[in-house]
Design a protein around this ligand. Sequence first.
Ligand code: HEC
Ligand code: HEC
Ligand code: HEC
Ligand code: HEC
Ligand code: HEC
Length: 465
Amino acid sequence: MAKSTAMILSFILVVTAAGFPAFAAEDDKFPFYPSLINTKSGGFVHSDEFEDPGRCKICHRDIYNQWQGSMHSNAFVDPVFQALWRIGEIETKGEIRNLCAGCHTPIGTVGKEVTFDPVEGVFKTGKVASKGVQCDFCHTIVTSTWKDTPVFNPGNASLLMDPGDVKRGPFKDSDSPGHDTAYSELHTTAEFCGSCHNSFHPVTNFPIERTYDEWKQSVYAQAGIVCQDCHMMPIEKAIEAARTLKKPLNPGKASPLGPMRNNIYTHEFVGGNFTVTAMLGAEKHAETAKKRLKSAAELTVDAPEKFISGKLARFKVTVVNVGAGHNLPTSLTEIRQMWLDVTVTDEKGNIIYRSGALDDHGRIDPEATIFRTVAVDEDGNVTYKPWKISYFKSERVVLPKGSDTSKYAFVVPPKLRKGELTVDAVLRYRSFSQELADELLGEGAVKVPVVDMAAVKRKVSVAKK
Ligand code: HEC
Ligand code: HEC
Ligand code: HEC
Ligand code: HEC
Ligand code: HEC
C-alpha cells in the first residue's frame, strides 16, 4: 500500500501549471507515457517486428474473418476516435497523443510511428500499425504490468509485449508449423482485457472507463465468467452463459492444421457498437451488436389495476441488467446513451403522456430517465473530452444483474371515464448523441441510429373512481 501511495505522489508532483504532467519523469518505467504500454526490451520496437494479420490468415482463416471488421481491427481508423483524438492533439499540444495511441494502435505506439498531419487533420501510421488491436499484438503479450501502475490496477494499456516467433495462447500442448507457441494463463483472464478496458486520467488518476472494475465486483467474476466467455463466444452461447452463470463451451479447431479442441474462442469482439461497424462496412458485426444489446436488459411495468378519471395516475418502469457482465451502459458512459422512452396512449392512439421522445434535432427529452454519467471539467462544466474530465457530477447506470426503477405520474383526462390506457416502455440505446456526431464528423454526416434494447406493454383500465 505504502508503495502505491508513493507512486501516486510521484505522479502528482510532476504536474505542470498547464494541468499536464512533465511526462519525462516516468520515462524509465513507462517509455510511452502517458500510455503504460511497454515492450520486454524496454522501449522502441520497429513495427516490422510484428507480423501482419494477413499472414495469420493463411492458417487461421476463421479467426481472421471474425476479427476483420471488429472494433479491434478498426480501433485506429475509427473516424469517431480519430475526430476526438484530433481535438485532444490540438488542445493539449500533442501531450495526450500516446495515451490514446497506446490502446487504439499499440504497435504504432511502440514503433513510434504515429504522426499527425495538421493540414488534413488526420493521424497516420504504418500499414501493420493501422490495423489497430490485432493478432500479433495480443498474442505476443507476455505480462500485465498492473502492479506497477499508479493505480495498482489494470488500465491505460498496462501490458508488456515481446514480439517474435513465440505466439502465446490458451493451449498447453499446441504445436504449429507456422510459429513457436507458449501457454499463457494471462490470456484466459479478464485482467488481460482490463488493461485496455479500464482507463484513468494520467494526471489525477480519476477512473474514466471502468468496465473491468465493474466486472470485477460482479457476480460474473465470482462465478468465473470472464470477458472472453461473452465477447469471444458465438452470441447464443454468450447469452446462455449470462443466464446460467456457467462457462460456455465451443468445440472446434483453431486451425484446419490443428487438432479438434473442446473449446475455442471466437474473435468478433462485439459489444454495442452497431454504428461505426456499419459505417465501416462490417454488417455482420453490426447485426451481432444489435443482438447483444437486445439480450442485455429486461423491462417491467408496475401499474395499479385501474387509473382513476381526472386523478393523478402513477406507475413504475424497472430495467434489469440480465445480460451484461458490467454496468449498463459501460465504458464511455459520458458519450453512450441509454434511455427510457415511455408513452401512455388511449384507445384511439392519442398520446396522454410521454417521457423520453427525441425532438426534431434528435435530442433526448431532458426529463427522461437517461442512463449515463455526466462528466465535468475542473470548473464544473460538462465535458465529453477524456483529457478534461475531472470528475463525474452524476451517474445513473444499471449494475450487473441489478435493477433500476423509474417512477412516472400523469393526470388522467377528466373526460376519459372508461376504456383502457396503454403504457408502452422502451429501452433505447445509441452510441452517441446526434449533436456529438455532428460536432465530430460534420453536420449531417451521419444520422445516429437507435436500437430498441427491450420493450414492454401494459394495459390499464380507466374507472370513474
Ligand atoms: C486504456 C485504453 C484506452 C485509452 C487510453 C483510450 N481509449 Fe478510446 N477506447 C478504448 C476502448 C476499450 C473503447 C471502446 C469502449 C466501448 O466501445 O464501449 C474506446 C472507444 C473510444 C471512442 C468511441 C469510438 C466509437 O466508435 O464509438 C472514442 C471516440 C475514443 N475511444 C477516443 C479516445 C481518445 C481521444 C483517447 C485519448 C484521449 C482514448 N480514446 C484513449 C480504450 C482506450
Ligand atoms: C503455417 C500455419 C500457421 C500460421 C501462418 C500461423 N499459425 Fe498460429 N497456429 C497454427 C497451428 C496449426 C496451431 C495449433 C493449433 C492447436 O494447437 O490447436 C497454431 C496455434 C496458434 C496459437 C495457440 C498457441 C497456444 O499455445 O495456445 C496462437 C495464439 C496462434 N497460433 C497465433 C498465430 C498468429 C498471431 C499468427 C500470425 C502472426 C499465426 N498464428 C500464424 C498454424 C499457423
Ligand atoms: C484483443 C486481443 C486478441 C486479438 C486481437 C486476437 N486474439 Fe487470438 N486470442 C485472444 C485470447 C484472449 C485468446 C484465448 C481466450 C481464452 O482461451 O480464454 C485467443 C485465442 C486464440 C487462438 C487459440 C484458439 C482459440 O480461438 O481459442 C488462436 C489460434 C488465436 N487466438 C489466433 C488469433 C489470430 C490469428 C488473430 C488475428 C486474426 C487473433 N488471434 C487476434 C486474444 C486476441
Ligand atoms: C455475461 C456476459 C458479459 C461479460 C462477462 C462481459 N460482457 Fe461486455 N457486454 C455484454 C453485453 C450483453 C453487452 C451489450 C450491452 C452493453 O453495451 O453493455 C456488452 C457490451 C460491452 C462493451 C460495449 C459497451 C458500449 O456500450 O459501448 C464493451 C467495451 C465490453 N462489453 C467489454 C467487456 C469487457 C472488457 C469485459 C470483461 C471485463 C466484459 N465486457 C464482460 C456482455 C458481457
Ligand atoms: C490494446 C488494448 C486492448 C486490449 C488488450 C483489448 N481491447 Fe477491446 N478494445 C480496445 C479498443 C481501443 C476498442 C475500441 C475501438 C474503437 O471503438 O475505436 C476496443 C473494443 C472492444 C469491443 C467492442 C466495443 C463496442 O462498443 O462494440 C469489445 C467487445 C472488446 N473490445 C472486448 C475485448 C476483450 C474481450 C478483450 C480481451 C480478450 C479486449 N477487448 C482486449 C482495446 C483493447
